[in-house]
Design a protein around this ligand. Structure first.
Ligand code: HEC
Length: 127
């Protein structure tokens, strides 16, 4: 038990540093449009109409996850998790969707932090 507390204390002490390490670099929406097309566009669009593969991402920033599209059949996992899609949450999501919401149907990951920031900046323009 004592050990567990010690581990928790270390984790708590480290978490501000971790949060800083994960802070997003500034994103470029123009580059993000191209990156979005390449990395996300196979499945997603920002037109407001779902594709057969995935929910539309028009207006996704600030929306409630798993509920934004009225017509897309979301996984139970995403409906239950129901994240609010802040820019940070989208960044975490496209880093590793399966880690953030185990059981989600989305498999795509974007390893490069700058690419992620650009995509998030682009999505913020798609209201
Ligand atoms: C291979 C297809 C595919 C690709 C590529 C893909 N996604 Fe997805 N995405 C999905 C599916 C399917 C879901 C629904 C997941 C679920 O229901 O669990 C989803 C869900 C999402 C959601 C949540 C939508 C909502 O209404 O809650 C966001 C945000 C998202 N994707 C962003 C992205 C971004 C940004 C990219 C590009 C980096 C991307 N996705 C690439 C298939 C894809």
């Amino acid at each position: 038990m004592k050990r567990l507390f010690a581990v928790a204390a270390v984790a708590a002490a480290l978490s501000p540093a971790l949060a800083m390490a994960q802070a997003m670099p500034a994103g470029d929406a123009t580059k993000g449009a191209a990156t979005f097309k390449m990395r996300c566009g196979v499945c997603h669009n920002t037109t407001g109409t779902d594709t057969p593969m995935a929910p539309t991402l028009k207006g996704i920033v600030g929306a409630k996850g798993g509920a934004h599209s009225a017509s897309f059949k979301y996984s139970d996992a995403l409906k239950k998790a129901a994240p609010v899609w802040t820019p940070d949450k989208i960044n975490t999501w496209i880093t590793a969707p399966q880690k953030m919401v185990p059981g989600t149907k989305m498999m795509m990951v974007v390893p490069n932090p700058q690419d992620r920031a650009d995509i998030v900046a682009f999505l913020q323009t798609q209201k």
